[in-house]
Design a protein around this ligand. Structure first.
Ligand SMILES: Cc1cc2nc3c(=O)[nH]c(=O)nc-3n(C[C@H](O)[C@H](O)[C@H](O)COP(=O)(O)OP(=O)(O)OC[C@H]3O[C@@H](n4cnc5c(N)ncnc54)[C@H](O)[C@@H]3O)c2cc1C
Length: 426
């Protein structure tokens, strides 16, 4: 299967050359399963430290969520900071959050080195109801406790950036930036191969995992890899390769559309060139692309819905917020799966001797995959134990089909809560 039709696959510079399919038996130190941002960043980091590793990707690198997401690179996790502070205490939450700030900068450095990947700077977080103190308190908390540089926008400053009656207040997050994620994935792949330490096989699904004495054996349709260490980085697409993880990571679908050229109407609606999102629990995220096009994401589902119908619904959503864009034409509509654990935190750590997971980054994976990959590489090479900060969020059963139905109910509940808050606070 090649890449789905998306804005990113359309603009991918060259047709990606496929790496070879694994055939026969091979031995390596570390075998990584999954060529998304988690697996590729880990391979690159290991290669940079002269560690031999083999990466197996079932389709093509970046075929999963990593090559088709919104492209927002932000500090933080899918779980909220307030929940982390309650669970871990403020000091531990602060240390953990700081790892994602560092990872955001690491991605920026890598993206700059690849070139032509960074697309926009800064993020506007928009509030759809009155009560300015809610956002103001959040900004103050994040700045004082987590050393960030968030800033409230005055009504005039907000009006200079966009024209919509839907938004009442806004804050600017200067740490976030946006990338073309598929171009970034391909840059990482080339850098990883250039280290000379990484063997990469595409169209090579791992279909079986067995312990063999002190080593692990990963079987593929035409071969196998014997490795001292295996890292599972297959996210929502991993399937049943390792049951405890399959039960712990819920696949959650989400949707993105990109438009055709919008002409001057886009400037009338949105002038800000960075990332935009709202404060809703089940919110929209969007950004300008190219000269005058829009990329818009939203909605989550654990059900299988038709992306085309969803494209219509997302169009309605855009026009509800920006009536100036009522003539817009959707060019591409696509979906992708995010891997979520019940605690909404990444599952990073050693599950059995020599068997690691680097997964479940949810809807906030562009920075946190880099964090997870770095933590694991540093653990394997230097015995570093920063990954233990994630131990409170271990592999937990997500409830199977009941868990999926529950997640859908939670999402619908969030949508209702958003509407109630907006009606109350309008
Ligand atoms: C539509 C959408 C929008 C998003 N927007 C954002 C955003 O703006 N900002 C943000 O931070 N995050 C966003 N996310 C989340 C982010 O994309 C993910 O958290 C991140 O990409 C996860 O990376 P990963 O490497 O863990 O998984 P994936 O990218 O899903 O990669 C997993 C890979 O493993 C492979 N694989 C699975 N099983 C096997 C196997 N058995 N053998 C071999 N290979 C296997 C798959 O083929 C796949 O390529 C979004 C996600 C989606 C779907």
């Amino acid at each position: 299967m090649s890449y789905p039709q998306t804005y990113y696959s359309e603009r991918l510079q060259q047709k990606p050359e496929s790496q070879s399919v694994l055939s026969g038996e091979t031995r390596t130190d570390i075998c990584i399963v999954g060529g998304g941002l988690a697996g590729l960043t880990l391979a690159l980091r290991l290669g940079e430290q002269e560690q031999r590793c083999t990466l197996l990707e079932a389709e093509q690198v970046g075929w999963g969520a990593s090559g088709r997401n919104g492209g927002f690179v932000s500090p933080g996790f899918a779980q909220s900071v307030s929940v982390l502070e309650k669970k871990l205490g403020v000091d531990a939450a602060k240390r953990l959050f700081a790892e994602t700030v560092r990872a955001t900068e690491l991605v920026r450095t890598r993206a700059k080195a690849i070139g032509n990947v960074i697309e926009g700077d800064g993020l506007l977080k928009l509030q759809r109801y009155t009560a300015p103190d809610v956002l103001q308190r959040f900004v103050e908390h994040m700045n004082t406790v987590h050393d960030l540089k968030f800033k409230m926008l005055s009504p005039d400053a907000l009006a200079a950036e966009l024209s919509s009656a839907s938004y009442r207040h806004a804050m600017l997050d200067p740490h976030t930036f946006t990338i073309d994620p598929l171009a970034y994935v391909h840059g990482l792949k080339h850098q990883a191969l250039a280290t000379g330490q990484v063997d990469l096989f595409e169209k090579t699904p791992a279909i079986k995992l067995d312990r063999q004495g002190a080593r692990w054996r990963v079987s593929t349709p035409q071969g196998s890899v014997s490795a001292q260490t295996v890292v599972l980085a297959g996210s929502a697409y991993l399937g049943n390769l390792y049951r405890p993880l399959a039960g712990a990571v819920l696949p959650v679908g989400t949707y993105v559309v990109s438009t055709d050229s919008l002409g001057p109407s886009l400037d009338e609606a949105i002038r800000f060139r960075g990332a935009l999102t709202d404060t809703r629990l089940a919110g929209d995220y969007y950004r300008r692309i190219e000269a005058d096009q829009l990329l818009w994401g939203g909605r989550i589902t654990t059900q299988k819905s038709e992306p085309r119908r969803l494209a219509e619904r997302l169009k309605q959503q855009i026009v509800e917020i920006y009536p100036q864009l009522s003539d817009l034409q959707i060019r591409h509509a696509w979906s992708g799966l995010m891997g979520y654990a019940v605690h909404k935190m990444p599952v990073i750590g050693e599950m059995e001797p020599g068997l690691w997971s680097c997964t479940a980054f949810g809807g906030q994976g562009l920075s946190t995959t880099a964090m997870g990959a770095e933590m694991i590489a540093d653990a394997l090479v230097h015995g570093d134990d920063r990954w233990r900060q994630l131990q409170p969020f271990d592999v937990r059963w997500g409830g199977g089909p009941i868990g999926r139905a529950g997640t859908q109910m939670v999402y619908w509940g969030m949508q209702l809560k958003d509407r109630w808050q907006e009606a109350r606070g309008a």
